[in-house]
Write a protein that binds this ligand. Structure first.
Ligand SMILES: Nc1ncnc2c1ncn2[C@@H]1O[C@H](COP(=O)(O)OP(=O)(O)OP(=O)(O)O)[C@@H](O)[C@H]1O
Ligand SMILES: [Mg+2]
Length: 319
């Protein structure tokens, strides 16, 4: 079993508004809502890829009920801790005439210490039946910034493979807890190592640098694939994985599909290069779909043929 954790679960509301103008009143021509938050999106993609997955996390208020109902309607197994404060709604407005997308993300609920404790108990209980736990997305208000780090340490002790996708300070703490896999995009990686990457060489150095902070594997994603520090037969190796970038239909969720692909392939025990190839294919496939975590597995497998994996010699020592 794979568990995904979404501590700041959401309802993602997508509105289609032709000729969207600031300061005007509009009517939507199309509107859809979906349960969201990174871990939820990853669970959706994992289910589409045929993997056994349970989505857990924290959900509160009427929006929390809505999140759980939407997940259940999609037949995504879920087991959330119910919290008092209201879960957030994230709104995105797509203007089909210009193709521009505007996003407004709510801050999300404040969580109490007891609620965090309840969640921790639930997670450790669920993890007993799990091979991999994926922790993804932002933290709600009121929790310690090192909550992911704490959970990773406890999960590692329980012998579970841990995967983390977050940003900012929570990521900074999380990598030092030595998770198995971390997968920032370029911006998140630059923030983590504290400088910008000028070119390909520096991006390769960066994944090594990130891996030296603690994670066993570091995957840095970008529109044309990823740069990865992975373990091949327990030996650290660098890979550059490429795909021809496409004109994306939606800007959200390709990282979630990427990570779902990587985790799915790992769960099946595939070798590292194949995991990377499938991850990049899944990320690319999802860019053609409106709705985070939506993915067509047949198309994704077909796209694997268009992905190039290049072995890169380890660059000079960093630091
Ligand atoms: N324009 C694109 N064309 C083809 N593939 C893409 C494109 N954008 C992203 N991908 C694929 O998706 C993967 C993840 O993309 P990206 O780096 O944009 O994730 P992200 O910024 O984490 O996204 P998210 O909003 O989901 O967090 C990439 O490794 C790549 O394989
Ligand atoms: Mg991402």
């Amino acid at each position: 079993m794979i568990i995904t954790v979404t501590l700041n679960a959401a309802i993602d509301k997508s509105l289609s508004v032709p000729n969207f103008r600031l300061g005007r009143r509009h009517r939507t021509v199309e509107q859809r809502t979906m349960a969201g938050g990174k871990g939820v999106n990853i669970a959706r993609a994992l289910k589409a890829l045929g993997q056994p997955v349970i989505a857990t996390g924290m959900a509160g208020g009427a929006t929390g009920t809505h999140i759980v109902e939407e997940l259940t309607a999609e037949a995504i197994l879920n087991d959330f801790v119910r919290i008092r404060d209201e879960s957030r709604t994230n709104t995105s407005v797509l203007d089909p005439t210009s193709g521009e997308q505007t996003e407004i993300n709510e801050r999300g609920p404040t969580v109490t210490e007891q609620e965090v404790e309840l969640f921790r108990d639930k997670l450790l209980y669920l993890a007993r039946g799990a091979a991999i736990v994926v922790l993804a997305g932002s933290l709600p208000r009121g929790v310690d910034v090192d909550l992911y780090a704490t959970l990773i340490r406890e999960l590692q002790k329980a012998g579970v493979t841990t995967v983390i996708d977050t940003d900012g300070e929570p990521l900074d703490h999380a990598v030092r807890a030595e998770p198995d896999v971390v997968s920032p995009n370029v911006l998140e990686a630059e923030e983590l190592v504290g400088h910008e990457f000028a070119g390909e060489e520096e991006r390769l150095m960066a994944v090594r640098e990130i891996a030296e902070l603690g994670p066993r594997e570091a995957l840095m994603t970008m529109a044309d694939g990823c740069v990865a520090h992975v373990l091949v037969k327990d030996k650290p190796c660098l890979r550059r994985v490429r795909i021809e970038p496409r004109e994306p239909l939606a800007r959200r969720g390709s990282g979630d599909a990427f990570l779902a692909g990587y985790v799915a392939a790992r769960y099946e025990g595939r070798p590292p290069d194949q995991c990377l190839r499938f991850a990049v294919a899944c990320g690319a496939e999802s860019t053609g779909r409106l709705g985070a975590g939506l993915i067509d597995p047949t198309q994704a497998r077909r796209l694997m043929g268009e992905v190039e994996v290049e072995e890169v010699a380890l660059p000079v020592e960093v630091g």
